[in-house]
Structures are given as C-alpha cells and as structure tokens.
Design a protein around this ligand. Structure first.
Ligand SMILES: [Zn+2]
Length: 396
C-alpha cells in the first residue's frame, strides 16, 4: 500500500508542478528553421585534390549594401566606404560578397535629381568594377521592390513570373521586414516579382548580363515567421530563379533565443521545395547575433570546430556603418563631424585588423577566403544535395 502510494506520488508531483508552473513547463523550444522537414543540414567533407583541401574552413566575408542615398554628402561617404572596401580586398586578397538592396539604387533610374542620379550610377559602376576584380554581388531586399523602380524595370523588360497565390496568416516571431512587408502586405505575386526584377536589375547593371545573381539575403533576417512561411519564402526564391539563400533566423526576434544562422557545421543546408533544391549558406552565429568583422572573434577556433569537415564561416558587415546616417541610426543620436571622423577611424582600423587576421589565417592554411558564388560552386561540385538523405539518417 505504502509503496503503491509512493508510486502514485512520484507520478503526481511532476504533474502538480506542471499545473502550478505553466509558464516554466509550457516554455516552447526556440523555433529553429534548420529543423524544418524540408531543410536538411549539409556537412561538407574536405575532399582531397582541391585548392582548398588543406584548409580548415571556407571564409565568406559578406556585407549588406544598403546605404542611404539622399544627398551629395551621402554619395561622398559611400564612395569613401567603397574605396576602403575595395583597397582592403585588393591589398589582402580577401573578396567581399555584397548583398545589394536594389531599392537604394533607385535614384540611378528614377527621380529628377541629376546629381543623385549620376552619383548612384557611379556607385553601380564601382560595384561592377569591384565585381570584375573578384568581389561578388547578390540580392538583398527589406520588402517589396520600389514601385517606381519596378515600373522602370518593367518598361525595359517584361518578365512573367509564374506564380499562384498562396494565403497564410500566423502570429509573427521575426522582425517585420522583408517577408512581412512583401508577402503579408502585398501577397505572393509581389514577393516573386520583387525577387525576379531585383535579380535582373543587378544582373544587367553590375554584371552586364554576363553572370546570374544566385543568392538572396532577407532584409531583417525575415524569411517568415513559421514553417509554412519559410516554405512559401523558399518557393518564391525558386520561382524567381534564385539558387541560394543566406540568412535563416532561430528563435523570437528580440528574445534571448534569437540567433542568426548557426555554428560551423550547422549553417549550411539543402532546402527542398517542390521539385527544387535551394542551398542555404547562413551566417555563422556569434556574439551580437553573427560573426561581424569589426567585433572580436576567434576565427581559428571556429574554423577548427568540425573535425574532418570543411567548415563554412560567413561573417556579416554593413558598409553603411561607415556612413553618418548609418552610424546615427546605430547610436540613436546625432553625431558632430569630429565624432563621425573618430568613429570612421575606429571602424577602418577594426576592418584593417580583420583583413590582416584573415590573411594570416590563410597563410597558415586555416581559412580559405571565397565569395558566395565560389562557395556555392564548391558545395555543388561535391554532389552533396544527393547525399543529404544519407547524412540525415546518420545524424539521427
Ligand atoms: Zn538589410
């Protein structure tokens, strides 16, 4: 009788605790897109006989190119920032991958201000030159494509994206940015249209029609709040002819669990939507959200964290951080010219230090710097997409 009661007590106590502490017990695990059934993590083996075979990790230095272009002063600051980016890349032979928000380039095509028009065209030419010298440009958006820019694009090229409307409504866990502003406000057709024409704009202006834009990074790391949102998001990428994405986010935006991308070995995946496969090459999570070239980070330790596997480290910067308006929005206050110069000096120093560090780690065969385009080619040449089912069975 006594032992029977003890058994009952053993069962009842946790039950009572669950009822008394609904908050504690009911706390859900952070939503992790890498665990969605259509997203399968890829582990990249270090194959022999390749130029990168002896290195521990590929290193992708990315930046989201989203400067403010409203005045000649803005243009000067962006020009300086691109000049710095370009000289660091050529001095240290470490390329950038620029995720370009095409909406910021609108003054080059629409609007009446000739100075802004010419200045923005020069920015595009500069991006084209940097790309010709080894950098990479891929697509970035924070919402729908600028209406007037879209009309301009349509007047030049008529594309007919094949889309069927999908409806979805769920509570929102991420920052309301790209997916929310586009899909929830305007619908699936808008999502695909913005991606399709944004891709075309970069291909025509930066690549002169000679290379495809392959990858997208969602503004605000907003690829939709839920599993079904993410499926719609990747379907739109596929329908727009994009082959890759860079930026899945786990957890609730603003919460403790929020994280961009994943640790090395957990930041690359194949995403299957319908009959398409899209490659995810997410930023490497780090202090403050993701690995940032101007923040301290032990890249050697990150590169060595996966034994027998080629780690892929993706860092994220914003060249608009070297713009006065970019700094003011980060600091939340106005900057006088002296403080601005001091901040630019600090950022330049931090970037220079980072490039030195990467060059040193390359010399020691730790990091093999590549662009997104090169990383995608390395992933695809290993035929990993076909071996994903096998990888998943192994890891369970
Ligand atoms: Zn952005």
């Amino acid at each position: 009788m006594c032992s029977q009661w003890n058994k009952i007590k053993v069962c009842l106590v946790p039950l009572a605790l669950m009822l008394l502490l609904p908050g504690g017990c009911a706390k859900r695990a952070a939503e992790n897109p890498f665990a969605y059934p259509f997203i399968k993590t890829i582990h990249v083996p270090r194959q022999p006989g390749k130029p990168y075979s002896d290195y521990k990790a590929l290193y992708l230095l990315t930046e989201d190119f989203e400067p403010v272009i409203k005045s000649p002063e803005d243009l000067r600051q962006i020009d300086d920032a691109l000049g710095l980016a370009s000289s660091l890349a050529s001095q240290y032979k470490v390329p950038w991958t620029h995720f370009v928000d095409v909406n910021v380039l609108a003054p080059a095509f629409i609007g009446d201000d000739t100075q802004l028009k010419q200045g923005t065209q020069e920015i595009i030419s500069r991006l084209a030159c940097m790309t010709a010298d080894g950098d990479d440009c891929q697509l970035h958006l924070h919402g729908s494509m600028d209406r007037r820019l879209l009309d301009y694009m349509r007047s030049q090229d008529k594309l007919h994206p094949k889309v069927s409307e999908i409806d979805d409504a769920e509570p929102y866990r991420l920052r309301r940015s790209f997916f929310f502003n586009s899909f929830y406000r305007e619908g699936f057709r808008d999502l695909v249209t913005g991606l399709t024409y944004g891709k075309l704009l970069l291909e025509k202006t930066v690549y002169d029609g000679k290379a495809p834009v392959l990858a997208f990074r969602p503004g605000g790391w907003d690829h939709g709040s839920s599993r079904s949102n993410a499926y719609i998001y990747f379907s739109a990428l596929g329908a727009s002819g994009l082959a890759a994405n860079s930026g899945l986010a786990t957890g609730e935006f603003g919460g403790d669990t929020f994280q961009v991308g994943g640790a090395p070995g957990n930041n690359v995946a194949a995403v299957h939507v319908g009959d398409r496969s899209i490659v995810e090459v997410s930023p490497t999570s780090g202090p403050g959200g993701y690995v940032n070239p101007v923040l301290p980070c032990d890249l050697e330790k990150l590169a060595s964290s996966r034994k027998g596997e080629l780690a892929i480290i993706v860092s994220v910067y914003h060249l608009s951080a070297l713009q006065k308006s970019g700094m003011e929005s980060a600091e939340g206050s106005d900057l006088n010219p002296q403080s601005f110069d001091a901040e630019v000096g600090k950022a330049r120093q931090a970037l220079d230090h980072h490039f030195q560090q990467v060059a040193d780690l390359r010399a020691r065969k730790v990091l093999y710097p590549v662009t997104m385009r090169e990383a995608l080619s390395i992933i695809s040449e290993q035929n990993l997409i076909n071996s994903i089912a096998y990888q998943n069975t192994q890891s369970r």
